[in-house]
Design a protein around this ligand. Structure first.
Ligand code: 7TS
Length: 406
């Protein structure tokens, strides 16, 4: 394997700490990833020198801040292969990006009797905003159920679309079960019916090669902090024609062209959707994260993650009385499981004492857990800095849990 994980780990200072006397094994990457030094230095460098507002002053540092911010936008554009830089909107995260579309798109496109369709696998961030949009418009929210493997086929998805559907919103990769949805095929089905599609890429951008033009999605969003960048910055990609036709999400400074006491005209894309002082340090940090990933090679990263996922699944499958939820065959590096007769919270607290960070609970996907008839799961989510030794420590801890609760 070309990927030298021991070398890569040196780039992540947070890995070198002890928790309860054990070296940290961080397996909660779907919640947020650790940051490489390059990102930490980029943020610190921004505040140590440039630290100016964008698009405003004529002074030197303001120009530097604007250049850094717009350079970050251009690199995000390239990273996801968007056609135009102005199709890339900075938000504070995936949640804000989805709320932006749910409010602005719905304001002009959603009416009484219309329908929004989402998948049954969604994180609350791609469900609750649509519940609200439908309630406000008098529209109906329809849910595409997932099968017992946690999967949804393009055919199943298509059956829920109709002439009433105004938008389909679905996740690229499920954060609770790890399922990788066939989004490209689903988008083709929706487009044949003239229905735009929003893809929640909060997990997908991390584990998949994302090309928004090849996918032909109408919207794609993600959070910086899940892709080794800082918290408080995220991206909404939208096709120009949709963004042009949408109302601003928030109003105030930056997003205007001219203002009188009674009226305002709005700025062009992307600024129309970026009211107020943006998170410039966040954009600079995100840019550093994307450059860092490209330096390692996205393909190398994804291959190593696949290897680690296969290793983890095998290790877990070999343990007694364990049930894995979701279908590992079409999964990304997120594994949800339960141990027979043991509540996930009990297991999680014991595992924590071994310095192993996993998430337990409903993973902000309560309807998924309801559908499975379980209170929650234990979730191990992997990143390219994790090792097989850490997985071995996890399985040893799980055996301990079983011993304790036997
Ligand atoms: N969509 C998906 C698929 C997610 O996994 C998350 C966060 C979000 C949206 C929201 O992202 P945010 O950055 O705006 O909060 N998922 C998780 C998780 O799985 N554990 O903690 C956060």
């Amino acid at each position: 394997m070309i990927f030298n994980v021991d070398e890569v780990r040196k780039d992540f200072p947070a890995l070198f700490q002890e928790v309860y006397g054990h070296p940290l094994a961080y397996l909660d990457n779907a919640a947020t990833t650790l940051k490489p030094s390059a990102v930490i230095q980029a943020i610190s460098g921004y505040y140590s020198t440039i630290n100016s507002n964008v698009h405003r002053g004529v002074h030197y540092l303001s120009g530097e801040a604007t250049a850094a911010f717009e350079n970050a936008r251009e690199n995000v554009r390239r990273f996801i292969n968007a056609e135009h830089g102005h199709e890339v909107i900075f938000t504070k995260g995936a949640t804000e990006a989805i709320n932006l579309v749910a409010q602005s798109f719905s304001a002009t496109n959603l009416g009484r009797g219309d329908e929004i369709v989402v998948s049954g696998l969604e994180h609350h961030a791609n469900l609750v905003p649509w519940q609200n949009a439908c309630r406000s418009a008098g529209a109906t929210l329809k849910i595409i159920p997932f099968d017992e493997k946690g999967e949804i086929s393009a055919e199943q998805a298509g059956a829920f679309l109709s002439g009433k559907t105004k938008l389909l919103a679905l996740t690229h990769v499920s954060n609770s079960l790890g399922t990788l949805l066939p989004v490209k095929e689903i988008i083709q089905v929706a487009h044949r019916m003239g229905i735009p599609v929003l893809v929640d890429g909060a997990q997908g951008i991390v584990h998949c090669e994302v090309d928004v033009r090849a996918l032909d999605c109408d919207f794609y969003c993600f959070s910086g902090h899940k892709i080794y960048g800082p918290m408080g910055i995220g991206i909404l990609y939208g096709k120009e024609r949709w963004l042009e036709a949408m109302e601003p999400y928030q109003t105030g400074g930056e997003m205007i062209k001219s203002v009188s006491y009674q009226h305002a005209t709005y700025n062009d894309l992307p600024y129309k959707f970026e009211a107020g002082t943006p998170n410039v340090a966040g954009a600079v940090g995100l840019n550093a994260a994307l450059e860092y990933m490209e330096g390692l090679g996205k393909e190398n990263i994804h291959n190593y993650e696949k290897y680690l996922l296969a290793y983890t699944l095998k290790a877990l499958e070999n343990l007694p009385a364990i049930r894995i939820y979701g279908h590992p065959g079409h999964g990304a590096a997120v594994i949800s499981f339960l141990m027979e007769g043991i509540h996930p919270y009990d297991a999680g607290s014991v595992i924590d004492r071994f310095g192993i960070a996993v998430r337990t609970g409903h993973h902000c996907a309560q309807p998924v857990m309801d559908r499975l008839g379980i209170p929650g799961t234990i979730r191990a989510s992997l990143a390219f800095y994790n090792t097989t030794e850490e997985i071995d420590r996890l399985t040893a801890a799980l055996l301990k849990v079983q011993e304790m609760f036997a």
